[in-house]
Design a protein around this ligand. Sequence first.
Ligand code: SF4
Length: 424
Amino acid sequence: MSLDAPRHGCLDTPILRERGQREVFCGLTGIVWLHRKMQDAFFLVVGSRTCAHLLQSAAGVMIFAEPRFGTAILEEKDLAGLADANVELDAVVARLIARRPDIRQLFLVGSCPSEVIKLDLSRAAERLNAAHAPHVRIYSYSGSGIETTFTQGEDACLAAMVPSLPATQEAALLVVGALPDVVEDQALALLDALGVGPVRILPSRRAAEAASVGPNTRYILTQPFLGDTAAALDRRGARRIVAPFPFGEEGTTLWLEAVARAFNVAEARFDAVTAAPRARARKAVAAQAATLAGKSLFFFPDSQLELPLARFLARECGMRPLEVGTPFLHRALMEPELALLPEGPVISEGQDVDLQLDRHAVQSPDLTVCGLGLANPLEAAGHATKWAIELVFTPVHFYEQAGDLAGLFARPLRRRSLLAGGAA
Ligand code: SF4
């Protein structure tokens, strides 16, 4: 006799909450992928030379195109209150807009220095909108390291856009999250084949294609770090479709299934549309899972992708998560993931890096996912690591990327095995 009890995964696992020193990038990093996505936007960081260097080194130097990000450097006289930073900012923005008529959206991005001198960028955006709208729409958000980790920059940016999206009564699907164009196109093709539509995207590639939003909008997130954006959409009356995130074959299928249910897609049509890409994804993951199966895994908190990825690596690749650390655990967004993640790992929120390193040393996992700052010392200590930041710069969502996603985790293990003289 067996008991067929409902499975709760990690829903009831107590969360280890820690506050202390943390090792993560700030929210300015999001500009690197956001400026590529939004083709007529400009991101103006109001910050220091440190902020400018971070952006320049993270985004690389663009040789053939005019860059669509920059830093208005706060000089010592601004920081000392000897100059009116607002007047200077207005002049910088006016020069920029005059020189770049292609810009339709301008984001004033706050930083640690602008926060320290309490420069009110939301009021600056209002003032500048009065001068430059409707040709250029001006928004503000914070990417400061005091307030944000790196993926929160995207959340803050999208949340800042939501209040000014046009209102509509149209019944539509809004897909939320900045995906690489090729991945977004794959998702749109699947939704089209399912007969779901109209489909809008936030953020849109161009300002003129901005989504409208209203009480008949159903929205679904593609990224788990978009809690503030979701709250802003809720305030506009849109309703969220609850689903796991589209990582791996299973995550993608459950994500699409949730949309299909909300839009009354017949089961037979769903099966017909998804059968072939599901099979391709399973096959591609299986090729990598041979390396990953049975290996233990430890996530330091970084991108907020940790829980969905742990679920994918445990359920589709046979890995054993020992600790899944996340900078923030947004319970409402993460419930479907927690329900699927097999019981066992410590789930931690926030970070006290020394305590976490102690736990890591005791457990000595086969693979560690962490930020750049921890990866080098951990590699030097003999651990195989995966840089979490690669996960946001690499196309990893939906069926066609499932094999590549598994491959990102298999590669460091294969490399280590090769270096040790074992079989790849
Ligand atoms: Fe550094 Fe803060 Fe600027 Fe980020 S916003 S680069 S943490 S000074």
